[in-house]
Each structure stands twice: as structure tokens, then as C-alpha cells.
Write a protein that binds this ligand. Structure first.
Ligand SMILES: *Cc1c(COP(=O)(O)O)cnc(C)c1O
Length: 641
């Protein structure tokens, strides 16, 4: 984007929409309001109320919950479940498919009680079920099941206890499927089912040769550690045949990866699985269910491409390709169409959580102004740096860059050898920095930016310090370079003027957001506004509902953030449903095994000792101990008085 784009006089909220791409990744739930606030439209873009996120943020703070806050807009969860089911229903009808669709939510994507409860509530009328991959997830799932027509899929490695839990739920009338992941599980399931005298519903997790593009490519293909290969499948069939239990085998499951960016892989996986499904029917298994796992991707960067943070298909194309693939393969031999199950996690929950934080401070790249005159005694080097600075023009960018870098290196050498003092060195750095800045600004209008100028463009960003921990709240940004949409949630009717990266408040140089969606061709920085003295500046990180909460960790002992959920009514009124206070300092210390009582005892002892040695008075001790007490009760993030 050219400098002219940011012209203050000609700025509009439409430009803000374009700059931050909110119309591309917002999926109709987020947009910029006329007054410059980001608004959420939880029932979709075309209808229903619009609510300002800035207003919500202020109301949250008025209730005494400090930033950072994880904000959940409950209705979006309902909207996404509805969208998935209604899209499948439409496609099923249009294609004359004779089976139905039933979704399950994989609990690992967001295990929080509130989330699972809301999903079962919103999913009830669609018989949307749950998927569990471990004993705790299974117990949580059973306790939340609201419909006996919904499926409860048990994946993961299962011991006796796991199997018994599932069998108990089967007995209570729930549709529990035991998906056999490893050959060894079969005998144990048969044994426990006989023991409890229950006929179990069984499934097979198969290993497909299809491999999906993206970050989870090894979930599929020969290298996958999951699922049964062809030989194992044959063994399991024979084993079940021996027991007279082929009638229990009803489901075929595969999962070739999360966030599958390319629709081609979804189609290829479905086609391959259907061939195996057909063979299982031919072998005499009951069948009836095809579970295609997760993978339905979220367009985090809004590019609508097969880049790993995006997807090159819509929800409708996803449903269409699955339904068509099944029809293509199974209709050849008149195999009845199965009930389709997907374990879509990310696509259901990503949109509904937003991380909100305030900016604490800015460290400007802008060096102090160049002095009118260089000091008389100044080294020639400084003179040369000044000449390079004054000479910069569109025609000789490269030459001036070379000069600036050359003289700066020389200045550093001279300083090392004691030939210039710290003030001269500072002036040299300052001049070089001004030159780089000028070059960087001029290069914005160039068509092709040379490589080494691109690399200086990375050095000329301001650092905005955000009140959050990347490791606690956005772990995928750190671990797998996930790109998430980030933008200020207000002041969007003003042109932003600073190119910035966002740092968190951990003491870790990895704790920063410096990759952004690149539809604006500025993927290493984000444009932000100047801070005002009398107003907080709020930034939102969007689409963080999937995977981030439980994967987050206690780096630097920053704990869970405050969480607030909002339910929006059709008339635009909304209520704060749940407020979960984040971890206190005492909480996080206890997570790393500090015993708070003995910790306090030690502080008392240390302060008593300090009186004895004459450092403090008894009165000061009282104040100091009260300060410690308050500190232990406080939030782990930056608190304003
Ligand atoms: C992780 C996982 C999912 C969820 O995948 P999404 O891409 O989030 O939809 C579904 N099924 C299985 C077996 C998984 O491991």
C-alpha cells in the first residue's frame, strides 16, 4: 500500500476494512462500524444486531475485570453449528443422497466446560455429538450429552477403564462408538463387552495413503502413526467374524489432518475411504456410518488460498465434495449411503473467541532528530553519514544504503578501539538509522523492492507492547507460526500512522506477533495508531477459539486470562453470562508447587531478619508484608491502579 493510502484527510472506514482484511477473514461475524469500532454480528452479516467490541471491552473493565480478557460471543458457536448442519442438509437434498449428516465436536479442540456445554446446548436440535480421545474427555463428554440420537465417538488408545466407561454410556442408551485404533484393542473390547453383556458399536480407524497439504500432513499417509493399515483391517475383520460380531462393526473413521487447506485432498481422502467402506460391506460388516474426521479449515488470513493459514474452498464446497465423492464410489455397486459424520473442531469454535488486550507502551524506531550542525570536532565519518542521509533519493537508494551501512560498521569499529566516544557513536547510529528510515519509506513506492531493502524494512517498525502472553494465550503463533488476524478494535475512522510489531510482556524474544496476513503486502508489520494520553488503546486477536486455551502454558508464570462470555439477543441487547477470573499470582505459584503458606512464612522471616539487621523498621515490615499479600492476590498481567 502506498503512502497516499494512509493520507489522513482521505481516510475512511472502508480503507480500514481493506487494510486489516476484516471482510475477508471475518466470515460475516466481524466488520468495521461507521464510527470506527469493530462490530460483531453474531447472527451473520446480513441480519441481526451489530455490537461494538470497544463498548464491550469498556464494560468488561467497568465490571472490574482487567485486560487481557478472552471474550467469547456465544451465539457465534450456535451460528457455526447451524451453518455446518444446514449446508450439509442442503447439499444432501440437492444431490439425492439417501443418508443423513451428524456432526461431533472433538473435545480436544477446546475442552473448557463452558464451551462443551454451549456446544451440546446449541447442537441438541441437530443431534450434534461429541468425540473423546482420552478418559477425562470421555467422562466430560458423557456428562454433557443432551441427545440420545447424537453420536459419542471414542477415539484414542483405550484401556479397560476407558472401555468400561463407554460401555456404561452405551447401556444408558447413548450412541457410543468404539473406534479401534490399534489391533490390540479388539480383544479387550470384546472381553469387556461380554463381561457387561452389552453389544457395542464398533468402528475402525484406517490409515489412508492420501496425504493432505498443510501443517498436519503427517496425520495421513504411510508415515502416520494413527490408524490400521490394510493387513490390520483384515485381521480385525477375521477376529470379529470368529466372535460372530461383524454385525457390531458399523463405522469407518479416518483423519488425515487438521486445517486441510486444499479441497483436492478432502475429495481424495473421501474417495479412498469409500473404497474401503465398500469392501467392509462386502465382507459382511453392518456399517452405516462414515466418519471423515476433522480438517475443515478456517481462513485465518482471509486469502482463500491453499496457504496453510487459509483454505481454497467454502463450507458448501466442502460438503459438496464429500457427498459427491461418496455417491460416486458407493453408487457403482448400489451400496446404501452411510450417515456422514465429521469431527469438525476448529471450524466450529475458532470464530467465537477473541483475545482483547491493551497496549502498555510503544518503543519507537524513530531515532532522535538529527542535530542542525555536527559538533566541530566530529570525526569525518559522521560527516560522511550525514552526506549519505542527505543524498537519499529514489534513484540512488541502493548506493546510499551501502554507504550508511559501511560507515556505521566503521563507527562501531572505531568505538571498539577507543577512537570515538559514546556520544559520537550514538550520533553515528542515529544518522544511519535516519538514512535507513528514509530509504525504507521511499521503497514503499517501488514496484520491486530489492532483497536487502526488504530486510531493512523489517527493522523500521515500532514495537507496541501488548498486555498479554503469547505463550499463554496464542501458543500456536509461537509453536507453528500460525497466522491470526490482529487489529485495533476502535479508532478505525482515523488513519493509522505507525508500522509496528506487537510484543507481549514475557521476557522472551519469541513473545511477539510479527507475521500478519499478507493481502496488504505487508506481512511483517501491522499499521497501528499513535497512543493517546487519556485513552486506552485496545487490540484484538481474532479466531482464537480453537486449540489455544489448553495448549497455552505458564511461561514467565503468566496465568490464565480473565474470560467473559456474552449472549446477544435478537434485539441487540446482550448479557454477560459468565465471568471467569484469571489466575492470581498465588494460583500460578501453586501450579509450580509453591506452598503459599510456607512461602508467606519465609517472607515473614526474611522481613523480621531485616529488622534485626537494621534495614527496615517494624512499621515498614507491616507495609511490606501487606504488599506481598496484595501481590499474591493480584492478576499476573500488568494492572493499572
Ligand atoms: C484433532 C482432531 C480433530 C479435529 O480436527 P479439526 O481440524 O480441528 O476439525 C478431529 N478428529 C481427530 C481424530 C483429531 O485428532
Amino acid at each position: 500500500m502506498t503512502r497516499d493510502f494512509f493520507n489522513k484527510e482521505h481516510w475512511t472506514v472502508e480503507k480500514a476494512t481493506e487494510l486489516y482484511g476484516i471482510d475477508k477473514w471475518g466470515a460475516g461475524y466481524f466488520s468495521v462500524g461507521d464510527d470506527g469500532d469493530v462490530v460483531v454480528t453474531p447472527f451473520g452479516a446480513d441480519h441481526g444486531p451489530k455490537i461494538s467490541l470497544h463498548k464491550i471491552a469498556k464494560e468488561v473493565e467497568e465490571r472490574g475485570l482487567a485486560m487481557p480478557v478472552l471474550l467469547r460471543i456465544e451465539n457465534i458457536l450456535g451460528s457455526q453449528i447451524k451453518l455446518l448442519h444446514e449446508t450439509f442438509r442442503k447439499v444432501i437434498k440437492e444431490n439425492g443422497y439417501t443418508g443423513e449428516y451428524k456432526g461431533v465436536f472433538p473435545i480436544k479442540v477446546n475442552q473448557q466446560e463452558e464451551v462443551i456445554e454451549a456446544i451440546s446446548q446449541f447442537g441438541k436440535s441437530y443431534n450434534h455429538g461429541l468425540e473423546a480421545g482420552s478418559k477425562p474427555e470421555l467422562i466430560a463428554a458423557i456428562s454433557m450429552m443432551k441427545s440420545r440420537k447424537a453420536c459419542l465417538i471414542c477415539n484414542g488408545y483405550k484401556d479397560e477403564e476407558f472401555i468400561d466407561l463407554g460401555l456404561h454410556a452405551t447401556k444408558m442408551g447413548y450412541q457410543v462408538f468404539f473406534v479401534i485404533e490399534v489391533p490390540g484393542e479388539v480383544d479387550l473390547i470384546i472381553e469387556r463387552a461380554k463381561y457387561h453383556k452389552i453389544t457395542p458399536h464398533l468402528g475402525l480407524r484406517i490409515k489412508l495413503s492420501t496425504q493432505a497439504e498443510g501443517l498436519w500432513t503427517e496425520s495421513g499417509g504411510d508415515a502416520s502413526v494413527f490408524g490400521l493399515g490394510m493387513n490390520h483391517i483384515v485381521d480385525v475383520i477375521d477376529r470379529l467374524k470368529d466372535e460372530g460380531m461383524l454385525g457390531c462393526l458399523e463405522l469407518l473413521h479416518y483423519h488425515i489432518g487438521s486445517q486441510i487447506p486444499n479441497i483436492r485432498d478432502i475429495r481424495a481422502g473421501a474417495m479412498e475411504a469409500c473404497r474401503i467402506y465398500e469392501e467392509l460391506v462386502n465382507e459382511g460388516a453392518k456399517m452405516g456410518y462414515l466418519d471423515l474426521g476433522g480438517g475443515l479449515a478456517v481462513d485465518y488470513d482471509g486469502s482463500n488460498t491453499n496457504f496453510h493459514s487459509s483454505r481454497n474452498y467454502s463450507m458448501e464446497e466442502y460438503c459438496c465434495d464429500i457427498v459427491e465423492s461418496i455417491i460416486t464410489v458407493l453408487s457403482r455397486n448400489n451400496i446404501p449411503h452411510p450417515t456422514i459424520i465429521t469431527e469438525s473442531g476448529r471450524a466450529i469454535v475458532a470464530y467465537y473467541s477473541i483475545l482483547l488486550f491493551n497496549i502498555l507502551d510503544v518503543s519507537s524506531f524513530l531515532p532522535p532528530p538529527i542535530p542542525e550542525q555536527l559538533p566541530k570536532s566530529a570525526n569525518d565519518l559522521l560527516e560522511n553519514l550525514l552526506i549519505a542521509y542527505n543524498m537519499v533519493s529514489p534513484k540512488n537508494i541502493q548506493e546510499c544504503l551501502n554507504d550508511a551501512l559501511f560507515y556505521r560498521t566503521q563507527a562501531r569499529q572505531l568505538f571498539k578501539h577507543g577512537q570515538i566516544n559514546i556520544r559520537e557513536r550514538a550520533l553515528a547510529e542515529n544518522l544511519a538509522q535516519h538514512t535507513l528510515l528514509k530509504i525504507s519509506q521511499l521503497s514503499k513506492d517501488m514496484e520491486h523492492i530489492p532483497k536487502d531493502i526488504q530486510s531493512i524494512n523489517k527493522l523500521v517498525y515500532d514495537v507496541y507492547y501488548g498486555n498479554f502472553s503469547l505463550f499463554q494465550s496464542l501458543p500456536d503463533v509461537w509453536a507453528i507460526n500460525q497466522i491470526l488476524p490482529v487489529m485495533p478494535i476502535h479508532r478505525l475512522s482515523e488513519a493509522p500512522s505507525r508500522a509496528a510489531i506487537i510484543s507481549d510482556i514475557t521476557c522472551d524474544c519469541d513473545g511477539k506477533i510479527d507475521s500478519f496476513p499478507d493481502y496488504s503486502h505487508e506481512k511483517n508489520s501491522i499499521m497501528l495508531h499513535d497512543l493517546k494520553d487519556d485513552e486506552e488503546y485496545y487490540v484484538g486477536v481474532f479466531l482464537v477459539g480453537a486449540y489455544q486455551e489448553t495448549l497455552g502454558d505458564l511461561h514467565n508464570l503468566f496465568g490464565d486470562t480473565n474470560v467473559v462470555s456474552i449472549h446477544v439477543n435478537e434485539d441487540g441487547s446482550y448479557k454477560f453470562l459468565r465471568e471467569l477470573e484469571g489466575d492470581s499470582v498465588a494460583d500460578v505459584l501453586s501450579y509450580v508447587e509453591y506452598d503459599i503458606r510456607s512461602l508467606k512464612k519465609r517472607l515473614k522471616h526474611i522481613s523480621e531478619d531485616s529488622i534485626l539487621k537494621g534495614f527496615i523498621t517494624a512499621k515498614e515490615r507491616k507495609l511490606i508484608l501487606a504488599g506481598f499479600d496484595e501481590g499474591l492476590r493480584g492478576y499476573t498481567y500488568f494492572e493499572k491502579e
